[in-house]
Design a protein. Structure first.
Length: 85
């Protein structure tokens, strides 16, 4: 029987950082998961834990947020280079 790796459990701070990295409000972030805004708030304050598909989606959104952050940093570096040229 094939086993799958355990999904990463995110801390409240990590969840908030992912949401902010996507520049989502809590309600926008909740729509991505098809959950209520209260559920997202619960994740961010540590009252609730993500379960099942939410863990997989969170991993995918973390990768997207990281890529957006790299793009913003690259854009800032290009602007600074242009301004100093």
């Amino acid at each position: 029987m094939k086993t799958f790796p355990r999904a990463k459990i995110y801390t409240p701070d990590q969840i908030r950082q992912i949401r902010q990295g996507l520049r989502d409000s809590r309600s926008e972030f909740a729509r991505r998961f098809l959950v209520s805004t209260e559920t997202v708030k619960g994740w961010e304050i540590g009252r609730r834990n993500q379960q099942g598909p939410a863990l997989v989606i969170m991993q995918q959104l973390e990768a997207i947020a990281d890529e957006k952050k790299r793009q913003r940093i690259g854009t800032l570096k290009n602007i600074r280079r242009r301004d100093h040229a």
